[in-house]
Write a protein that binds this ligand. Sequence first.
Ligand code: ZN
Length: 158
Amino acid sequence: MSATNHLKALGVRATATPEELKSAFRRRCRETHPDSGGSRSAFEAVTEAYEVLSDAARRDEWARDYRAVAESAGLVVCLACYAINRVRPMRSDECASCAACRTPLEVTPEAQKERYTQELRQHLGKLLHTVGSEGGSLAQDMVKAAANGIRRKLGIKR
Ligand SMILES: [Zn+2]
């Protein structure tokens, strides 16, 4: 699974037309070509990005994987530039926007709370596991008490 943002490598938006992709590719090639002082890895990233984005099937597959990787980590992908955003719980009248391009993110406060509580639940699980296997009993009790407090505050069931 790939978490490489090919849109960023070419400097284009998700809505770029095939012509815009092509001209962005040419521009980025000039900028990153090793013969004109660019790094080989940057040039390869530009080439790969163009190959993926200009092929509808590969592009769909990449976009699906990219979003799955981000979402499984509790993150939100901006549908305009594909920047990955970490969004904190919001009030019901708030909306989140992309840190890179300011486009509103497609996330509701309810979905975000769910995402956040899932992430927190995983962290708490890991923490309790670590303390359970390595910590002394006092540390275990403290962590369990703190975890329960957080769960209560957020209304998370185990
Ligand atoms: Zn964005």
